[in-house]
Design a protein around this ligand. Structure first.
Ligand SMILES: Nc1ncnc2c1ncn2[C@@H]1O[C@H](COP(=O)(O)OP(=O)(O)OP(=O)(O)O)[C@@H](O)[C@H]1O
Ligand SMILES: [Mg+2]
Length: 419
């Protein structure tokens, strides 16, 4: 182990020589004849462990020197050599912690060696303490950082788990819907045949009763059967349309054409029901789409809007004017870049009504197959799920806005694809 360094300051050269001779076997000794020389040595050797200074020197006292050195670096152990045991300034310096000990002159080699060894031990111990403290602080800092990282990881993991769970729920739901759709279309196909037979037989019976020209319970029942068969047929046709992918195919068309086709039926129907129909149609570019499918979406929107305003009229007859607005126009960012539908330009098709509107729960479920709030037998609950399926297939985005008792708006964002 290398020896600890001691700086000994005294303005009498013989004292310096004696000190060096006495302790050089135990320590590496540096000596200085004055305060300024001692400061210089102290600055040059940052690892000095002990400073021993004579109190009575010309220029500055030992206590003054040790105070200066203490301000430069507080770690080394400072010792004063003095002839007076009760010098006030020495006692003060000890009390203020600037001096570790004072040794009375003339010093005895054995005693001073013991004091120096004790001072060295203290210096090394303090150094070790400092090192351990720094290590502890560093470890604490590392622990803190690891902790923060762990917390962040945990948060990320929780978020990922949450997203995964949501995706799984979504997937399971989509899977259930797909299975349900397949099953429904199979059932629709199977039921179609017996239904046709029932219809034919009922028509025969109807013919039979009409020939006898008499009103009877049986004749009425036949009428009922035919009405119910018609309703069942309508449901089946809906289901088949829902699962069919063999429509007219993709063509470049003026999008107004399918909209107008759908309107040709509703214009007359709405007039009959006293529903005001506003058409806000702008000139728009051609798009590549399946016109029949687009028409089917428009039909479903209009049919729902008609129903919603009629229902609202039932609830609120006074001063209420049933109104449906249909819009077709070219749109631009930001409307066209809504959510994941990242288009700078698109066509926007809207059907807005001032009907019953939807509460949150209905709005959340209205796109699901067979979801309906209509009376039993009034609706299949397939209209919007078909529209939604078509919109997805044609790369359109379907948006719904609705306020209960105020009305709803169904919007299609239609991509402009090279025509
Ligand atoms: N414009 C609208 N205003 C208020 N509610 C609506 C509107 N459009 C749809 N809904 C709600 O969404 C449900 C599902 O609509 P969807 O078109 O799929 O089926 P449906 O209209 O009930 O049945 P169908 O289309 O066979 O007549 C409706 O029952 C209704 O509750
Ligand atoms: Mg509908």
């Amino acid at each position: 182990m290398s020896q600890s360094k001691i700086l000994y300051v005294d303005d009498e050269e013989t004292n310096l020589i004696n000190f060096k001779m006495a302790f050089q076997d135990h320590f590496e000794i540096f000596t200085a004849l004055s305060g300024p020389a001692a400061q210089e040595l102290f600055r040059e050797n940052s690892d000095i462990a002990i400073v021993v200074a004579d109190q009575k020197m010309t220029g500055m006292t030992g206590v003054q020197l040790l105070t200066i050195l203490h301000n430069l670096a507080p770690e080394p152990i400072r010792i004063i050599l003095t002839a007076y045991s009760d010098a006030r300034d020495i006692i003060d310096a000890i009390n203020q912690g600037r001096i570790y000990e004072y040794i009375l002159k003339p010093w005895e080699e054995e005693n001073l060696l013991l004091t120096l060894k004790k001072a060295e031990e203290l210096f090394l111990l303090a150094g070790e303490n400092r090192r351990l403290l720094e290590e502890l602080q560093q470890k604490n800092q590392e622990l803190k950082e690891t902790n923060e990282r762990l917390l962040a990881d945990m948060k990320k993991r929780k978020e990922t788990e949450k997203a995964l769970f949501a995706k799984q729920v979504e997937l399971a739901h989509a899977g259930r819907l797909a299975a349900l759709g397949e099953m429904a279309s199979g059932m629709a196909h199977e039921i179609h045949q017996p239904l046709t037979v029932i219809q034919l037989d009922a028509e025969n019976l109807q013919f039979y009763f009409s020939r006898r020209k008499q009103k009877s319970l049986e004749a009425e029942s036949v009428q009922d059967i035919l009405a119910q068969v018609k309703r069942a047929g309508k449901i089946i046709n809906h289901v088949r349309a829902f699962s069919r992918s063999d429509f007219g195919g993709m063509q470049c068309i003026d999008p107004f054409v399918p909209v107008d086709n759908a309107l040709s039926f509703f214009r007359q129907q709405f007039r009959a029901k006293n529903i005001e129909l506003k058409e806000e149609i702008k000139d728009v570019p051609e798009i590549k789409t399946d016109p029949q499918k687009l028409e089917q979406v428009v039909v479903n929107f209009l049919s729902n809007a008609g129903y919603a305003v009629m229902k609202q009229a039932e609830k609120n007859p006074a001063n209420y004017r049933k109104r449906v607005i249909i819009r077709l126009f070219s749109g631009q960012r930001p409307a066209c870049s809504a959510n994941q539908f990242n288009e700078d330009q698109c066509l926007i098709f809207e059907v807005e009504d001032n009907g019953i509107g939807m509460i949150k729960q209905i709005k959340e479920h209205c796109l699901e197959p067979f979801y309906t709030t209509k009376e039993v037998g009034e609706g299949t609950g397939l209209g919007l799920s078909i529209a939604h399926g078509i919109a997805r297939e044609l790369r359109m985005k379907l948006e719904i806005e609705s306020t209960p008792s105020r009305g709803s708006l169904f919007r299609l964002l239609i991509p402009l694809n090279g025509c």
